[in-house]
Design a protein around this ligand. Structure first.
Ligand code: PBG
Length: 323
């Protein structure tokens, strides 16, 4: 049947009718909110490159998690920014490091919150790369042991989900084995499986002070031109024991989110990264775009593409609008 018998506009006439036929529904339960943790007490510093986002100390993160839970946001993803950085990222695997402290503070202040932690060395190394560097090269196998130590420190503090974002080969299997040996077999792994070498991480690197001092991340993060390789990464992580797989960034990679959704039975997460957030915020500040509408459209697009879990800096604002 075609026009004039068929008129799709009939179902768009009034809000309740549109709601009745809506195919994709966002919920605050879909969201994971990233938190940047710094040392100290009662610290809350605005991040210039990400308006509305803050670096905060562990105690403030606890209060923040409780506020998020009141909004219906039940998951947070922690990034640590330590006082001291060195060549091997020593602060990443201290049992009393910034992230383990925040894990404990959040578990206490908001016991129902799912605590996820980013596992990667780039925020902790003075050269800003995600692994051990030798002769200008990021060494894969030498890095695995340090990542496992970092994962262990987070899991022992009480993290529910470990999220390795370094893109070293074999890290999911390595971390899984080490966790299991320590009796931490109930701690889940959310693998940044298809993480692209992206310009959209720019604002985050300012927030985490993790811009590489030399070179770039193209020898370990994926080439934006590749889709089949993303499926291969997902398959490998699945075989190594990943519980959730992730695509990152989200917006420019919605085809990958869809392909991964169709390729695996695991839950699929998509990370709407700092650049995706800051572009909307900057355009809205200039009055060029409606912030809330652009935000909701970007988020619904990610969910429609097939993401079960959306990691987003917009979580609190979007949850307010969804109330
Ligand atoms: C690495 C990591 C990065 C992001 C999350 N984990 C930065 C990078 O790879 O350079 C980016 C997140 C964002 O841009 O919001 N630890």
């Amino acid at each position: 049947m075609s026009y004039p018998a068929s008129r799709p506009r009939r179902l768009r006439r009034i809000p309740a009718l549109r709601a009745l036929v809506r195919e994709t529904i966002l919920s605050p339960k879909d969201f994971v909110y990233p938190l940047f943790i710094v040392p100290g007490r009662q610290v809350k510093q605005p991040i210039a490159s990400m308006p509305g986002q803050f670096r905060m100390s562990a105690d403030v993160a606890g209060a923040e998690a409780a506020r998020l839970a009141d909004l219906g946001i039940m998951s947070v993803l922690l990034f640590g920014i330590p006082e001291h950085k060195d060549a091997v990222g020593s602060a990443a695997y201290q049992k009393e490091g910034v992230v383990p402290q925040a894990v404990r503070a959040i578990a206490k202040a908001s016991p129902r919150t799912v605590i996820m932690t980013d596992v990667c060395l780039c925020e902790y190394t003075d050269h800003g790369h995600c692994g051990i560097v030798e002769k200008g090269e990021v060494k894969n196998d030498e890095t695995l042991e340090l990542l496992a130590k970092q994962a262990m420190a987070h899991a022992q503090a009480g993290a529910h989900v470990i999220a390795p974002s370094d893109m070293m080969d074999g890290r999911v299997g390595y971390i899984r084995e080490e966790l299991d040996e320590e009796g931490l077999e109930d701690v889940a792994i959310m693998a940044y499986s298809a993480k692209y070498a992206s310009a959209f991480y720019g604002p985050f690197r300012e927030a985490a002070e993790s811009t590489p001092a030399f070179g770039d991340r193209q020898s370990y993060q994926m080439d934006p031109a590749n889709a089949a390789e993303a499926l291969r990464e997902v398959m490998l992580d699945e075989e190594e024991g990943a519980d959730i797989v992730m695509v990152k960034p989200a917006g420019p990679y919605l085809d990958i989110v869809r392909a991964v959704r169709e390729h695996t039975d695991l839950p699929v997460a998509a990370y709407q990264v700092s650049g995706e957030y800051s572009m909307i915020m900057a355009a809205a500040e200039k009055g060029w775009i409606d912030r809330d509408r652009a935000m909701m459209e970007a988020l619904i697009g990610i969910k429609r593409a097939g993401a079960d879990i959306i990691i987003t800096y917009f979580a609190p604002r979007a949850a307010e609008l969804l109330k």
